[in-house]
Design a protein around this ligand. Structure first.
Ligand code: PLP
Length: 404
């Protein structure tokens, strides 16, 4: 596929053989992003929003343009985007800020599929503010949040004020009924936070979804590490929320005895932000925009269906929720007699397959499945059917290698 040649690390791999199948952790960067980041460092670097010289003014412009680019892609107002250092910092910010408006006994609904970066900040907030945590269960057939169960929990517990859920599981690859959950939450006056990290490459209309907060991270969207965002369709909302990290940039006035905080996204962007990474991320989004989403999504659909067919026939392994409808090309493998870490090391050393082993930052989910962890293979736009065939062959030969 033509898109493959846009990714230097994929076409000129660091070693041979090489197959990158860890895209749920981080995607690779296209040449355009790498060159933009270098160009920024060579010709455009300065601090922003303060100094009046032209280089600094241009850097401010670059940073604000990146905000606009992200906002347009997710259909939120320009001022509806707060940049953070990644999804984890975005989710910490939301839990810290929103929890201050809750009172002891109020509830937060999390899902058993959530990532630790969603769960742990709310556990800590719950300790600070005596909040109750409720868990949305998932259907054991489909790997999807059980809507009826959530409806029931919400009806029985009017104290639930926040629903914090994942859009698609990074451990299982199963998509969640996000729109239905948002609708359900809105009708019960519950604020919604969605971790959209695993579907960051997909076109998503947040205005239409009427979500309150949606979190993404650049390094899963062909962009650099070190930058993520919280987005909202309600642009005035930042001014109503208690501040999180404070300091320069997030203020409008500081007196000896008190501080007035800035309006808009600046209120949540204390300190020097990741300007270069914002430029790189905007370039990644422009790259996505240049390619037809629909064409690439169709390719990914075909690749996913192909992988599902191939993985169905692998003997000796259980692939979790393989039959789930409309899944992502993210697959979790379990072998009764081979530890996932051994499998991942074997795949790397013998076949150059980059995979992920462990709990995938979803320990409550692994506990519910009674598994210590899984081996995860995750694919994206630049992966090929040939690579999936290689993964199948390598996995099949593992049983001989480990003599099980
Ligand atoms: C679903 C999900 N949420 C949150 C995160 C955390 O993202 P970040 O690395 O940007 O903090 C990840 C990354 O592994 C993820 O897969």
């Amino acid at each position: 596929m033509s898109i493959r040649s846009d990714f230097p690390l994929i076409v000129n791999p660091p070693y041979e053989p090489f197959c990158y199948a860890d895209n749920a952790a981080s995607t690779q960067q296209p040449r355009a992003v790498i060159e933009a980041m270098q160009d920024y460092a060579l010709h455009m670097h300065a601090n922003i929003h303060r100094s009046p010289y032209r280089l600094a003014e241009n850097a401010s412009h670059i940073y604000e343009n990146a905000r606009k680019t992200l906002a347009m892609r997710f259909n939120v107002p320009h001022q509806g985007v707060v940049f953070t250092s990644g999804a984890t910092s975005a989710l910490n910010m939301l839990a810290f800020s929103l929890s201050q408006e809750l009172k002891p006994g109020d509830g937060v609904l999390l899902s058993l599929l959530d990532h630790h970066s969603m769960i742990v900040p709310w556990q800590e907030a719950a300790k600070r503010h005596q909040l109750k945590i409720f868990w949305a269960p998932y259907d054991r057939e489909t790997g999807c949040i059980d809507l009826n169960a959530v409806k029931d929990i919400v009806q029985r517990h009017p104290e639930i004020k926040i629903m914090s859920i994942i859009a698609a599981s990074n451990a299982l690859g199963t998509r969640q009924p996000v729109e239905e959950l948002i609708y359900l939450a809105r009708s019960a006056n519950i604020k919604t936070i969605v971790d959209g990290c695993q579907i960051g490459l997909e076109p998503t209309d947040l205005q239409r979804m009427k979500v309150d907060f949606w979190v993404v991270t650049a390094h899963k969207m062909f962009g650099p590490t070190g930058i993520g965002a919280v987005m909202t369709p309600h642009e005035g909302i930042w001014d109503t929320l208690p501040v999180y990290q404070t300091g320069g940039g997030a203020i409008s006035m500081v007196h000896q005895n008190n501080t007035l905080f800035a309006h808009g996204p600046a209120r949540f962007e204390a300190g020097t932000p990741p300007i270069q990474a914002a430029y790189g991320w905007a370039t990644a989004i422009e790259y996505l925009n240049r390619h037809s989403f629909y064409r690439e999504n169709r390719y990914l659909r075909q690749l996913t269906d192909y992988a599902v067919e191939m993985f169905k026939n692998i003997s000796g392994y259980r692939v979790l929720f393989l039959d789930s409808n409309d899944r992502l090309p993210v697959f979790s493998f379990v072998h009764d007699r081979i530890h996932p870490h051994d499998l991942a090391t074997y795949l790397d050393h013998l076949y150059g397959i980059a995979s992920r082993a462990g709990h995938h930052c979803t320990m409550p989910l692994m506990e519910s499945l009674e598994l210590p962890g899984t081996l995860r293979l995750s694919f994206t736009w630049y992966n090929t059917k040939d690579e999936i065939n290689k993964c199948v062959k390598a996995l099949e030969q593992a049983t001989g290698f480990f003599n099980v």
